[in-house]
Every structure is written in structure tokens, then in C-alpha cells.
Design a protein around this ligand. Structure first.
Ligand code: ITT
Length: 197
């Protein structure tokens, strides 16, 4: 059984990843590990922020751990909110304010193409390889709806409709969202890698 700390304070991410974990993995969220810190995300790329979060927790615990950083990248907005997705409308990290800002910014644009991108950073050590850092990426393409639909999920889910679907992520059960999602794609690669170890 692989035991891994998941370096996040976002319970929605924990729930989604727990739903994808096989019985051969045990994922411990920061709260469960008794770690209560606000992990910094100071960088300009998802990869650097993911590394910052994983390194912070590895330095604290000296245990195998992973983190993920996710951004909503909107074509007409040159990739914004991107790495700033959590704080797009300010430090309050308010989901509704962030959605309102996206809808306002897109009001005059016909091109509503967007994608969610997740980058996972894994810090993993064993006797053979020593301690190494690995990255996994998952992308979900789709578009931004003109108004909010549904109440499930979190963040930008009510306005994001994945390619091949007619519903927003917030109108889907977690299992349905997992069929399309950026996070599922990155996490699947993470588990495949770990199973190969
Ligand atoms: P941690 O850093 O503690 O993991 P966070 O909420 O700060 O949690 P991110 O910086 O990766 O995580 O998240 C950026 C924001 O993007 C997040 O707060 C949500 O608003 C949004 N987001 C991330 N994944 C999403 C998803 O699957 N569906 C909708 N919105 C999502």
C-alpha cells in the first residue's frame, strides 16, 4: 500500500481525488495529517506553484507527498485567470466573485473556449531512485457558458461545460465530472506511475 500526503487545503480536491483512489493507495490530506498551514502560491506557473506546495510539505514531514495546482485558462482572455484562478477577483478567494468577473470579462467575446489544466507535483523517494520530483498534467477542454448552471462541485464548475457534454460540471455528479476532468487525467497518470514503482 502506498501512503501519500496530499498537500492541499482544498477539501473539494481531496473528495475528488479520494473518489479516484484504488484500495492500493492511502491518501492523507493535510487536515488529517494535523498540518495547518497556508501553503504559498507565489509563482507565475502552475508547475512552480505545485512544486512550492509539495516542497513545503515534504520539508515539514519528510514523507512522500504530492500537490496539485489548477487553473482555468480562457482563450479570449489570453489564458486568464490561469495561475491566478483562486484569487481572480481578489484575495477573498470568493467563487461567486470570480465567476462574475469571468462572465463580465467575456461579455463582448464570441470565443468562449477555455480549458482547465491541472499540474501535479509528486515528491517520491525510495532506496533505488533516492528522492525525486515528478510532474503529471491533465487538461480538460470546453467552453464558458453565458450564465451559471447547477449547484454541485466548486470554483468555476457552474460556468464550465466540457467538450462532448451539454451540462456544466456543476450539473454533474462527481463520477460524471471524473469522466471528463483535468484532475482525473492528471491523477490517473500519477497512480499509473506509482503502480509501476
Ligand atoms: P490548494 O492550493 O490548497 O490545493 P486552492 O483552492 O488554492 O487549493 P488552486 O490554487 O489549485 O487551489 O485552485 C485554483 C482555483 O481554481 C480554485 O480555488 C477554484 O476556484 C478553481 N478550480 C480548481 N479546480 C477546479 C475544478 O475542478 N472545478 C472548478 N474550479 C476549479
Amino acid at each position: 500500500m502506498h501512503t501519500l500526503i496530499f498537500a492541499t487545503n482544498n477539501q473539494n480536491k481531496v473528495n475528488e481525488i479520494q473518489s479516484l483512489v484504488g484500495s492500493d493507495f492511502s491518501i492523507i490530506a493535510l487536515k488529517e495529517a494535523g498540518i495547518d498551514i497556508d501553503i504559498p502560491e507565489p509563482h507565475e506557473t502552475l508547475q512552480e506553484n505545485a512544486a512550492e506546495k509539495a516542497n513545503t510539505i515534504f520539508n515539514l514531514t519528510n514523507q512522500n507527498c504530492f500537490s496539485e495546482d489548477t487553473g482555468l485558462e480562457i482563450e479570449s482572455l489570453q489564458g486568464a485567470p490561469g495561475v491566478k484562478s483562486a484569487r481572480y477577483a481578489g484575495e477573498g478567494r470568493d467563487f461567486q466573485a470570480n465567476i462574475d468577473k469571468v462572465l463580465n470579462c467575456l461579455a463582448d467575446h464570441n470565443n468562449r473556449n477555455a480549458q482547465f489544466r491541472t499540474v501535479i507535483c509528486l515528491i517520491w523517494g525510495n532506496d533505488q531512485d533516492g528522492i525525486q520530483t515528478y510532474y503529471f498534467e491533465g487538461i480538460c477542454k470546453g467552453h464558458i457558458a453565458t450564465e451559471m448552471h447547477g449547484e454541485k462541485g466548486f470554483g468555476y464548475d457552474p460556468i464550465f461545460i466540457p467538450e462532448g457534454a451539454t451540462k456544466s460540471f456543476a450539473q454533474m455528479t462527481m463520477e460524471e465530472k471524473n469522466k471528463y476532468s483535468h484532475r482525473q487525467k492528471a491523477v490517473t497518470q500519477l497512480f499509473e506511475f506509482l503502480r509501476s514503482k
